[in-house]
Write a protein that binds this ligand. Structure first.
Ligand code: PEP
Ligand code: MN
Length: 338
């Protein structure tokens, strides 16, 4: 349940409403938005007296929330969340954020070279996997801690915040110390134990949509992280499994609209894993911005043919540099900047 306060309510009216809700046995989450102040009930709202609450002097109205996600729900927090990821970069505001970099960190020359190129083209952050969730145990598994250190070197050179995937709770102390944005990959979206643990981290979490997850399941996973105490969740649509095999996955751009309506959390789109084909990345990136995405995460590799992971979907630094001005022009059409 949420209680919406009247414009111009007084402090004592606010306190009275909170007291009333707490007496009903719930914890109260106060969301002070630009236009409205909302009191969200956390816990079992079944015992709250809706009638009585709606008649309190400072209360405009009371709304039952039927969705199972609360902290991620826009009804609890009407304004868009803007999540700061370090070095003056934020995701979710008017300005679009483009995260770019290789699927995996492969060497110092590779990651710093790509970092310099994407930075020059206007990227807001650098991606690169150090721990890779590969389908085959015989495939390249990532450089591990060494990969994280190489990302830090690239950050040192370019100032770009780094985004990299965490796969196991053992990696949490290392990521807490060194990483700017912690990616939870599609395969771990419903690893609830891991979600609870990253909910205790202080770093923003980029939560990829599961391979076959519904919008509601995805938002419930965000809720796990937020319920743990970490409000900084960035959602990432990266394509879902359908009957279609031409593309690696099917990019579900309607999900961007759905989650933005249901939730205040920012959403970025990953056209690379969605399509699996480098030649589709430009058009799908433009389409994602047109659909209202708050940013993109794009795989960029200096030598896609010889990439150790996901070469077929990686664009070159030159392709990326050509894409950015097009994104900037489109951004303007939808009231955003790049
Ligand atoms: C990745 O970002 O390289 C990755 C493995 O993504 P996903 O979890 O979306 O497959
Ligand atoms: Mn990849």
């Amino acid at each position: 349940m949420v209680v919406i306060m009247k414009p111009g309510f007084t402090q004592s009216q606010l306190e009275e409403a909170i007291r009333n809700m707490e007496q009903g046995g719930v914890k109260v989450m106060v969301s002070q938005g630009t236009e409205t102040t909302i009191l969200g009930a956390e816990g079992d709202a079944g015992r709250l007296d809706e009638e009585k609450l709606s008649q309190l002097p400072g209360v405009e109205r009371v709304m039952r929330v039927t969705e199972p996600y609360k902290k991620a729900n826009r009804k609890y927090h009407p304004d868009d969340s803007v999540i700061s990821i370090g070095d003056g970069v934020a995701i979710g505001g008017r300005r679009l954020a483009v995260i770019a970099g290789p699927c995996s960190v492969e060497s110092e020359a590779q990651i710093t070279g790509v970092a310099r190129a994407v930075k020059a083209a206007g990227a807001a952050a650098l991606r690169g996997g150090a721990y890779k969730p590969r389908t085959s145990p015989y495939a390249f598994q990532g450089m591990g801690t060494q990969g994280i250190d190489l990302l830090l070197e690239a950050k040192e050179e370019t100032g770009l915040p780094i985004v990299t995937e965490l796969m196991s709770p053992d990696q949490i102390p290392l990521f807490e110390e060194k990483v700017d944005v912690v990616q939870i990959g599609a395969r771990n979206m419903q690893n609830f134990d891991l979600l609870k643990k990253v909910g205790k981290m202080s770093k923003p979490i980029l939560l990829k949509r599961g391979l076959s997850s519904t919008v509601e399941e995805w938002l419930m996973s965000a809720e796990y992280i937020m319920a743990g105490g970490n409000p900084n969740v960035i959602l990432c649509e990266r394509g879902i499994r359908t009957f279609e095999t031409y593309t690696r996955n099917t990019l579900d751009l309607s999900a961007v609209l759905a989650v933005k309506r249901q939730s205040h959390l920012p959403v970025v789109v990953d056209p690379s894993h969605a399509c699996g084909k480098a030649w589709m990345v430009e058009r799908m990136s433009l389409a994602a911005v047109a659909a209202g995405a708050d940013g993109l995460i794009i795989e960029v590799h200096n030598d896609p043919k010889n990439a150790l992971c996901d070469g077929a979907q990686s664009i070159t630094p030159d392709d990326f540099a050509a894409l950015m001005p097009k994104l900037a022009r489109l951004a303007e059409c939808v009231g955003r900047t790049l």
